[in-house]
Design a binder for this molecule. Sequence first.
Ligand SMILES: [Zn+2]
Length: 71
Amino acid sequence: MVEDKQAKVKTAEAKDNVTPLRAPVKCPECGKPSQRAFYPFCSNRCRSLDLNRWLSGRYILPGPKLDEEEE
Ligand SMILES: [Zn+2]
């Protein structure tokens, strides 16, 4: 009698499938490799720095021209 042991097929478990979705880029703030959580920045700090720059108006946002009414 032949024992047909079922060879357990190794299921390709997707364990720690850490293929990066995006290649790390240099942090625009400090040049360190970016972290996925803060992409494209390296840290929350750098992300905040960038955001603050936006809020402080250093970046020029394209928008409708405002009529300067000086009264
Ligand atoms: Zn950084």
